[in-house]
Design a protein around this ligand. Structure first.
Ligand code: 5RP
Length: 219
């Protein structure tokens, strides 16, 4: 089994958490690509999906799944997404696919956040994966200097403009011992739209695809 088979297996396992005739929120990325394929088999049993990106929307439309606007719904029972890293407290780094702002908004609306990962994403301390931050273009240098003050090395993600018209800075060299505090601090820097630390809104249920099967961890 390789990493992609684990992503596929864990996506299939997530289908069991979807209630008939409900709306679900979904994230972005290769794991979610497998989830969308799996959703094809139950598409007549769900009301629709709130999508976090054009990439996911395109795939969902292709298999005939109804797309709903977040502002049109009054209750979102679950949000399913993957992560770049997750720790034992269910705090995550997300944003590898640059969709972090929409992901954080939809995840915050949802009653339960179900995170689906292959085993390689589980870490003791967040920060080996460079931390993505969505930034308003004019603030690029300012945010870079502010992050240098706390030991971060910001690298501008070349040729990426988010769906909100912003840029992404990937922050290297940060060992994140207190995800809640760092999330609050970085979000308070003028020009930062969203930091890819998901600690205030962390996962409630974690499904991990590993080489012996699927582990289910509930917060
Ligand atoms: C996108 C994300 C993704 O969940 C994260 O990058 C994991 O992606 P993949 O499933 O491709 O490993 O946060 O913004």
């Amino acid at each position: 089994m390789n990493q992609n088979s684990l992503k596929k297996a864990v996506s299939q396992a997530a289908i069991d958490f979807i209630k008939t005739n409900s709306v679900i929120g979904i994230g972005t990325g290769s794991t979610i690509g497998y989830l969308i394929n799996a959703l094809g088999s139950i598409k007549h049993q769900i009301k629709g999906v709130v999508s976090s990106s054009k990439q996911s929307t395109k795939k969902l439309r292709k298999i005939g799944i109804n797309i709903l606007d977040l502002n049109e719904i009054d209750y979102l029972p679950i949000y399913i997404d993957s992560a770049d890293e997750i720790d034992s407290q269910m705090c995550m780094i997300k944003g590898g696919g640059a969709a972090l702002t929409h992901e954080k908004i939809i995840a915050s609306v949802a009653d339960k956040f179900i995170c689906i990962i292959d085993i390689s994403k589980k870490v003791k301390t967040l920060g080996t994966f460079p931390l993505p931050i969505e930034v308003i273009p004019i603030a690029r240098n300012f945010v870079t200097y502010e992050l240098e003050k706390i030991g971060g090395i910001a690298k501008y993600r070349q040729n990426v403009i988010t769906e909100n018209g912003n840029i992404i800075l990937d922050i290297h060299n940060l060992l994140i011992s207190n995800p809640i505090l760092l999330e609050q601090y970085i979000n308070s820097i003028p020009g930062v739209v969203t930091v890819g630390i998901f600690a205030s809104r962390r996962a409630d249920i974690l499904l991990v695809g590993n080489y012996n099967g699927i582990d289910i961890i509930v917060k």
